[in-house]
Design a protein around this ligand. Structure first.
Ligand SMILES: Cc1ncc(COP(=O)(O)O)c(C=O)c1O
Length: 451
């Protein structure tokens, strides 16, 4: 739950920018990235852009030293925009070391384009392999295997991943075609609350690597010390605490660290593709009541955002986002609907809200950063929700106003980013600590990039 000060900020932002508006807290993004890196220190984090491809979010992730998982050439270019100013050699190095095109199915035309940049790409079937051989023989390959997705909110194994029993044969086919196979990837299903999925997937990966070795297949890449290493891509799935029953990421991270240590002999380079974990809790939606009625005795609120827009996550991501009122009042079970002419555009038939809210009042919903605006549409002509940033700059970043001062020391611009960050800094003396953590993380990323 958010406090009174945060509520005031959300209301001010809604007044300034209009509604519906998705407020992205970049300080929270930075914290999420640092938490991931601290708890899984050997795992390189490739932010899964599909969760939220807002350019400002990608930029913050880039500034933190993140790597990227892209699912389309459009997403690839959104990441590329952050590196296009680099000298060609550094740009290419970044693509090699920090981007994975983790969509197992790629049109031939896209493969041709990818062959220019040569990122890591995933595959899971022989037809894809033939297409890759013909159109993108220079990309480096990671084989996606099918793993149990039991207990995950969004299941992916019905569509993706070669059966583990066929994995080594497929890698052998790729090698016979003259393609380079660097490792294995899996995805345990998104919002995974069953940690055994990771253990089973790691165990399957370990067995596949062992069998490939027995068959004499040369899987992997040569690192900067000349050692043969294999990519072990543990995918996404890292759960977000939407509700108290969601298990702790700290526990999961401990399990993953110990199982990787136990099952692999230090010859794997672990990477992950966290999407939801990075963005979900960094975003809060503010929406306005645009209509009100009583139907069958129940109060119904009609909002300016709905399931064809930011609440699309309810449909595609199977997530719910309880709405809260800025006004106090006795709560009753109410219905909330989106603005379109479709009855399917029902946000909830049981949101707990005061009954006496009026047209023009604002509501908010937290944890709306992942798979929300990402899948919104223009249905009925309504535009996707506006996305705005707060705390965009880290305290020790140079201030974008050009004063030459660090952002935390600069009061020249009186934007909400300045105001809210300065406010945060005066409350929170951990700013220094987070700078140190950030630079530590950058060092780790740099070391990895030199491999
Ligand atoms: C290949 C791949 N990687 C990563 C992700 C991100 O997963 P999550 O948001 O659960 O971390 C997804 C989500 O669908 C995916 O399909």
């Amino acid at each position: 739950m958010i406090n009174a000060q945060q509520k005031k900020l959300l209301q001010d932002l809604a007044a300034k920018h209009g509604t519906p508006v998705l407020v992205v807290d970049h300080e929270k993004l930075r914290q999420n990235y640092l938490e991931f890196r601290e708890k899984l220190p050997t795992v390189q984090a490739y932010f899964a852009v599909k969760a939220n491809s807002d350019p400002a979010i990608i930029k913050t992730m880039y500034d933190m030293g993140a790597s990227f998982d892209v699912a389309s050439f459009q997403e690839f270019m959104k990441v590329y925009n952050n590196i296009k100013h680099l000298p060609e050699k550094d740009r290419q190095q970044f693509i090699w070391d920090n981007i994975i095109y983790a969509n197992t199915i790629k049109p031939a035309s896209i493969l041709k384009k990818l062959n220019i940049y040569k990122p890591l790409v995933t595959f899971d079937n022989i037809e894809e392999l033939k297409k890759i051989k013909k159109n993108a023989p220079d990309v480096r390959l990671v084989l996606r295997i099918r793993v149990p997705n039991t207990g995950s909110m969004v299941e992916l194994s019905s569509k993706f991943g070669v059966h583990p029993g066929e994995a080594v044969d497929l890698m052998e086919e790729a090698i016979k075609m003259g393609l380079g196979v660097e490792g294995i990837s899996f995805h345990v299903g998104s919002q995974c609350n069953n940690f055994e999925n990771y253990v089973l997937a790691l165990s399957l990966s370990s067995s596949i690597f062992k069998e490939a070795k027995l068959r004499g297949l040369d899987i992997g890449f040569t690192d900067k010390d000349g050692k043969r290493m294999k990519v072990l891509d543990i995918g996404g799935g890292f759960p977000v605490k939407y509700t108290p029953d969601v298990k702790s990421f700290t526990l999961l991270a401990k399990k993953i660290n110990s199982e990787i240590k136990r099952m692999f002999n230090g010859d794997v380079d672990p990477i992950a593709e966290p999407g939801r974990f990075m963005v979900a809790n960094a975003c809060t939606l503010v929406t306005k009541i645009i209509g009100k009625s009583i139907r069958d005795g129940k109060t119904c609120y009609y909002l300016d955002d709905g399931v064809y827009n930011t609440f699309s996550g309810q449909i595609y991501d199977h997530q719910s986002y309880p709405l809260h009122s800025f006004k106090d009042g006795e709560k009753k079970v109410c219905a909330t609907f989106g603005p379109t002419c479709d009855a399917f555009d029902t946000i909830s038939l049981s949101d707990e809200l005061p009954e006496d809210l009026e047209i023009g009042d604002l509501l908010y919903a937290e944890n709306m950063g992942a798979y929300t605006t990402a899948s919104s549409s223009f249905f009925n002509g309504f535009k996707p929700t506006k996305i705005i940033a707060i705390n965009k700059y880290a305290p020790f970043d140079p201030c974008p106003c050009g004063s030459g001062k660090q952002f935390k020391d600069c009061g020249i611009l009186n934007t909400e980013e300045h105001t809210s960050l300065h406010h945060l800094m005066s409350k929170d003396t951990n700013g220094k600590e987070s700078k140190e953590k950030k630079s530590e993380t950058k060092v780790v990323e740099k070391e990895k990039a030199q491999k």
